[in-house]
Design a protein around this ligand. Structure first.
Ligand code: C5P
Length: 306
């Protein structure tokens, strides 16, 4: 097995193939501080990786081209872009531009992390691609160099490059400070049938503007102590109201979650996926079983960590 600082990856060399697992994330708290001159928004957010994975395989190409073959295991099974619209391709091209490398690669991507969900799937795939191709093409870039490329690809990519399962993220989300987590947390995630565009949700924030006063440090202390009840109380997301304005169907999911007897619930990132923080793995499994009957979307029971 290839050792990497990045927790996103489990790389195994089978002949000339590198296999990689790229996890999803949840935002336990997300405060929008305001808009920046570059059009992005400054944030404070606590992110946690969860055991729901896309998988990627990197193998030798016949030519020097970059080929991406996608399999979508999410519902609905829409075709995925295998060109520049896909962050995997953008990450590979950025590495080539940065290093002058002209080698090719065949990438096979299996998506299990729902898209337009706020679960960070595309960003995680991009981080996985940076680390894997750095190895596969023997580029020798340092972790710091990879972080600088990650920030060019998207605001969440740096989180996935880091080894810590949880981080306090600031700036537009790319400045990460790893934080300790005493024990794995257990979640039920529900991804409604519709997705939300991150850009549009941030635009809507400008209309439904709110900046929560919650002290994010409370969430961090509770995580470090393993105090699930307090972590639940600290769940907040300033993008939730704008997301609800953009798609009223989100109300139904959140209203149903409010009835669940769980330590906390909320929306992740810019949505549309929502989650319940559960007391333990058993509660997450039972809740997921019930929610699968409801037809409100795709349901997962997952724990945090890698
Ligand atoms: O950084 P990323 O490409 O993932 O962001 C997608 C879009 O979300 C950006 O183009 C921007 O409109 C918005 N965004 C923002 N502030 C952030 C992160 C994202 O306005 N901190």
């Amino acid at each position: 097995d290839f050792q990497t600082k990045s927790f996103t990856l489990r790389l195994s060399r089978q002949g000339q193939t590198l296999s990689v697992l790229a996890p999803a994330k949840l935002n336990l708290s997300l405060t929008v501080l305001g808009r920046r001159p570059d059009g992005y928004h400054n944030l404070e957010t606590v992110m946690l990786s969860v055991r729901l994975y896309d998988s990627l395989q990197f193998s030798q190409a016949e030519s020097n081209s970059i080929e991406l073959d996608c399999r979508n295991r999410c519902r609905p099974r829409l075709p995925l872009a295998n060109d520049e619209r896909n962050l995997v391709i953008r990450a590979a091209r950025l590495l080539q531009a940065e290093t002058g490398c002209t080698r090719g690669v065949k990438i096979s991507l299996t998506k299990r992390i729902p898209m337009e969900a706020g679960l960070g799937g595309g960003s995680s795939d991009a981080a996985a691609t940076l680390v894997a191709l750095n190895q596969f093409w023997e580029l020798g870039l340092s972790q710091a160099q990879l972080h600088s490329l990650a920030a060019q690809l998207g605001s969440d990519v740096n989180f996935f490059l880091d080894s810590a399962p949880a981080a306090f993220c600031t700036g537009r989300g790319e400045a990460i400070e790893p934080v300790p987590v005493a024990q794995p947390l257990h979640f039920m995630i529900v991804k409604p049938p519709f997705g939300l565009s991150t850009g549009k949700v941030f635009q809507q924030w400008w209309i439904d503007r709110s900046t929560s006063r919650i002290e994010q440090q409370a969430a961090l202390r509770a995580l470090a102590r393993g105090d699930v009840r307090r972590v639940g109380q600290a769940i907040i997301n300033d993008l939730q109201r704008p997301a609800q304005s953009l798609n009223g169907q989100l109300d139904e999911v959140l209203n149903e979650l409010a009835k669940a007897d769980v330590p906390g619930y909320g929306m992740t990132g810019s949505g549309s996926a929502c989650f319940a923080l559960c007391r333990d793995a058993r509660q997450a499994a039972v809740l997921a079983g019930r929610w699968r009957q409801r037809g409100l979307g795709q349901v997962f029971a997952v724990s945090s960590g890698v």
